[in-house]
Every structure is written in structure tokens, then in C-alpha cells.
Write a protein that binds this ligand. Structure first.
Ligand code: ADP
Ligand code: ZN
Ligand code: MG
Length: 515
């Protein structure tokens, strides 16, 4: 089969998380369950109602544009995009046509063509449980009508389905880091449309993509479908196709509409916008926060984490913040460790490069940051997922679930107790579970529950002697050379300690006494 070159461009919509809608004072609340609660004459398209631009929405788009190194247009205007659909009461959508807020920019090597601001439409419901079955009637919920949407359009710089998914994921993270949008694809707060062509032939626009997985599958399917057509000598149609997630294929929806079909014209009810007159653009640019890519690199460098570990933390801003806050509480220990690391590195230099590398690797594996990473990402996140707990009330809207009772410094304290040998992982996990349930600090729990690990040689020896007396057969077997009996005896001793004995100390004393 001939090698075809896929070309892909994305159009990404995101609902901005502003207080109010784009052109009226109605609440912008994607979690409102009751239909038609947040409506008014403006967003219901009543004649004579006048739109007013939401400054917060404009600012959010400017911040996203600046974060992606785009240019703010000196003059930007709104246009009417005319079409009919029952969820669009005005018969047109206020959008931006030839003068978007942002032009240019770049993300992961993909050029951004533009970012503009528009309003969303309402939502059609074709069945209402207990009220109307499918096919009986259709209902319109206008809560979403008029909510602010930003649309980002890329240049056709993407070459594969995987690259498209990576772009969409990174863009979602940036929106979340900037606090511009929750960008949750499952909730429809971020929507991705993909344009796909082969060998610069006609492009097909893919819609109805509702997850990152679907972004990948829809594009991969479409590339194969177009290849199949070309192989058979069938022309690829310039059309819009919908992704059918159940059938895992794209289905023809309609031939592609052109810009002139929408009869765009300047919105007469809104004056052109000169962003620099309303916002201090340079100040906004200077206050672009640390973006995920920079944070990833910094976490790797500063906390000696692997690329995978850093990526896992950065995936969730609250998780990354929690890690960083806890990490800074480990400072005292860190100083000792990093002093050791420096000494090791210096000593290593005298023995040549390889020795130094080995020393450094060993030190990195033992870092408290790594302990912290493991306890945070597997143990604590495990408990949180089990209980549906969130890091904080902010950000997570009405989605329910308790807020985490553990403070970063308390988790750091737990890691300290492990790092200095006061407790071992078995106790640490028990203490963490208690901390999670009660919010008490680890030391209080450790004392109250007597969970301190027993490493004291005298104390351990007493118990080991008793174990030897009580298990003469195992002792005899061990002396005859049966290694497994040693494990059996360690297990017996551990049971006497109710799991609190330090197994290394027990083994050491046991072998000494049995020699
Ligand atoms: P249209 O006029 O159909 O809206 P645009 O040129 O405005 O087309 O581009 C819309 C989207 O299609 C952009 O994301 C762009 O990157 C993408 N696109 C443009 N040309 C191609 C192509 N040949 N193959 C795939 N995608 C393309
Ligand atoms: Zn309204
Ligand atoms: Mg277009």
C-alpha cells in the first residue's frame, strides 16, 4: 500500500468558568440540574434585549492566548453567525469571524491559527425520564445558551492521531492551570473537532468526539477509511462526519458548510473591542503562571524525580501543589540527603565518571522525595479514590465528596518518621489510613496506637529467645540446613510484635542466636 501523509488540524472549544454568561448577568453554572433556571431576555433571544460583553471571559481568552505566545489583536470585533437550530433562540450565534482576540501562538510544535470568543447554544433533550420517551417530544434547556466559549483553531500541523491526543491533553492542562476552564471532556466543557485529510486532498471534519480516547480512535479510523477510498480509486468527499463511539466508526452527517453559508456580518449591538484599552496586556503577559511543561521540568530537576513521576504529579494541579507543599516540609531531611549527594558526587569525581554516576543513582533512589511520591500517588490517592475525596473545595464544583483532612506538612511528617526509621512501611500505611479518617497528625496516632516499630536490640532479643524456646522443631530443621524455617521463625516473632518488630533486626538477632 502506498504511504499516505495524513494532515490534521484541530478546533477546540472550551467553556470558560466565568461567574456569569457571555452577554448577560445569568449564572454560568454547568452543574445546574434544573432546566431553564439561568435564563433572561438576552440569552433567550427576546427582541430588543441588548448584549453586554463579559470582561472576565475576554480576560480569560487573553491569558490563554498569551500563555501560548499568541498576539493580542489591537482591534477585535464580534460577528453574527447565522443558522437555524431549535437550541439557538436568536437564529444566530455571536462569534468572531475575521478579527479574533488572539492570532498566532504555538503549543507542542503545533502552530495556533487563532483563538476567539463566542457564545454557546442551549441543549436539546429528546427524552426525560418519567415524563417523555424518546420519539415523543423534544425539550430545550437554555441554561447553557449564551455561556462563554473560547475556540482555538490550529494550523494543519498535526501528523498523527497520537500527536492530536497529546496536543488536546496538554491544552486541557493549560486551561486548568490558568483557571480558564474546567475543560472536562466528559461533562462537555471541552470539545474537540478534528479535520483530517490525506496527501492534501479534501479534508473531512470530525465531530461528536467526547473523550481523549475518542479523539485518537476517530482520527485513526478516518485515516484508514480515507486510505481505503483512495486505494479503491474512490474520491474522498469534503464533508462532516460524526464519531459513533458504540460502533467505533465515523458516519457521514452532511456535506461541509462554507463560511458564506453563515452570512457572517458584524454584530451591530456591540462596539469593536480594543483589548489594550480595557486590559493591561503587558501585565497579563508578565503574570502568566508556571505552565505544565515548565513545572514538569522543574519537578524533575528540583526534586530528582523521573520524567514519568513528574508527569504524573503535574497531571493534576492540586496534586502537584500538594506534593510541592509537602516536599518543602521535608527540608531538614533534604539538607542532609543533598549534602550526602554532593559529598558522594565529589568523592566520585576522584574515581572517574562511572563511580560518580553510580553513587548518584543510589542516592536518588533513597530520597525522601521518592518516598513522598510513592506514599502520595499510590497510598493516599488510593484512599482518596476509594472514598471520593477531593484535595480542596475550590475547583471541584458541586460534584460532591469530602475534602481531604490531611495537610501537606502532616504527610511530610509521616515521611520523616519512615525516613529516620521510627516506623516502617507496614505501620506507615496503618497510620496513613487513620490520618485519612480522622485528620490527626501521624505522631499522635503512632503513640495512641503503639505503632512505633521496635528496633531496640534488647527488646527484640527477648522476644526472639521466647520464639526459639516455643518452636524447637523449626529450630532443629533450620540447624539441619532448612532455610525456610528461618522465615517461619521470623514470622512467629513478628506475630509476637503484632507486626511492629523490625524484621531486619529480628533476622539479625535470630541468626546470631542460632549459630
Ligand atoms: P474551513 O474553511 O473549512 O473552516 P479552515 O481553513 O478554516 O477550513 O480550517 C479549519 C480547520 O481545518 C483548521 O483546524 C485547520 O488546521 C484544518 N485544516 C485546514 N486545511 C486542512 C487540511 N488540508 N487537512 C486537514 N486539516 C486542515
Ligand atoms: Zn441570560
Ligand atoms: Mg472554520
Amino acid at each position: 500500500m502506498k504511504d499516505y501523509q495524513p494532515t490534521i488540524g484541530l478546533e477546540v472549544h472550551a467553556t470558560l468558568n466565568t461567574q456569569t454568561k457571555m452577554f448577560c448577568d445569568c449564572l454560568n453554572d454547568p452543574d445546574e440540574e434544573h432546566p431553564n433556571q439561568n435564563v433572561c431576555p438576552v440569552c433567550l433571544g427576546h427582541p430588543g434585549a441588548l448584549p453586554v460583553i463579559n470582561k472576565q471571559a475576554v480576560e480569560a481568552v487573553l491569558r490563554v492566548g498569551l500563555a501560548l505566545k499568541g498576539s493580542v489583536n489591537p482591534v477585535s470585533k464580534f460577528d453574527r453567525k447565522n443558522y437555524f437550530y431549535p437550541d439557538l433562540p436568536k437564529g444566530y450565534q455571536i462569534s468572531q469571524y475575521d478579527q479574533p482576540l488572539i492570532t498566532g501562538g504555538e503549543l507542542l510544535g503545533v502552530r495556533i491559527r487563532r483563538i476567539h470568543l463566542e457564545e454557546d447554544a442551549g441543549r436539546l433533550l429528546h427524552e426525560i425520564p418519567g415524563e417523555a420517551k424518546k420519539g415523543e417530544a423534544s425539550y430545550v434547556d437554555f441554561n447553557r445558551a449564551g455561556t462563554p466559549l473560547m475556540e482555538l483553531v490550529t494550523e494543519p500541523d498535526i501528523r498523527s492521531a497520537e500527536q492530536a491526543v497529546a496536543f488536546a491533553k496538554e491544552f486541557q492542562l493549560i486551561l486548568q492551570y490558568l483557571g480558564a476552564s474546567d475543560a472536562d471532556m466528559e461533562k462537555g466543557l471541552m470539545r474537540v473537532e478534528a479535520n483530517v485529510s490525506l496527501d492534501m486532498g479534501p479534508k473531512v471534519e470530525l465531530k461528536n468526539i467526547n473523550s481523549f480516547k475518542a479523539v485518537g480512535s476517530a482520527i485513526a479510523y478516518e485515516i484508514e477509511r480515507q486510505k481505503g477510498s483512495l486505494e479503491k480509486g474512490v474520491k474522498v468527499e469534503h464533508e462532516t462526519r460524526g464519531w459513533d463511539d458504540a460502533k467505533q466508526k465515523t458516519v457521514s452527517q452532511r456535506t461541509k458548510e462554507e463560511a458564506h453559508d453563515y452570512r457572517y456580518f458584524p454584530e451591530p449591538d456591540l462596539p469593536p473591542l480594543e483589548p489594550a484599552k480595557v486590559f493591561d496586556v503587558e501585565d497579563l503577559r508578565a503574570h502568566v503562571p508556571e505552565l505544565p511543561a515548565q513545572k514538569r521540568a522543574r519537578f524533575e530537576r528540583e526534586f530528582k524525580l523521573s520524567a514519568e513521576q513528574a508527569a504524573q504529579l503535574i497531571q493534576d494541579k492540586q496534586l502537584a501543589d500538594f506534593f510541592e507543599a509537602a516536599e518543602s516540609e521535608l527540608a531538614a531531611h533534604l539538607r542532609t540527603y543533598s549534602a550526602e549527594a554532593t559529598l558522594a558526587a565529589k568523592a566520585g569525581q576522584d574515581f572517574g565518571g562511572q563511580a560518580r554516576d553510580e553513587r548518584e543513582t543510589v542516592t536518588i533512589e533513597k530520597t525522601p522525595q521518592n518516598l513522598l511520591f510513592n506514599y502520595l500517588t499510590s497510598d493516599l490517592i488510593g484512599l482518596m479514590n476509594e472514598a471520593g475525596t477531593r484535595f480542596s473545595a475550590e475547583g471541584g464544583s458541586a460534584s460532591g465528596g469530602d475534602v481531604l483532612k490531611i495537610e501537606p506538612e502532616e504527610l511530610a511528617h509521616l515521611i520523616d518518621l519512615i525516613a529516620d526509621g521510627t516506623i516502617m512501611s507496614r505501620q506507615a500505611k496503618d497510620i496513613l489510613r487513620k490520618m485519612f479518617q480522622t485528620g490527626e497528625d501521624p505522631e499522635t496516632i503512632m503513640r495512641a496506637e503503639g505503632l512505633r516499630t521496635v528496633s531496640d536490640a534488647g527488646e527484640v532479643e527477648q522476644v526472639v529467645r521466647a520464639t526459639i524456646v516455643e518452636n524447637p522443631n523449626a529450630v532443629a530443621d533450620y540447624k539441619k540446613g532448612k532455610e525456610a524455617s528461618l522465615q517461619f521463625l521470623i514470622g512467629k516473632a513478628m506475630r509476637k510484635f503484632k507486626g511492629r518488630g523490625n524484621p531486619a533486626t529480628i533476622q539479625e538477632i535470630l541468626t546470631k542466636l542460632l549459630r
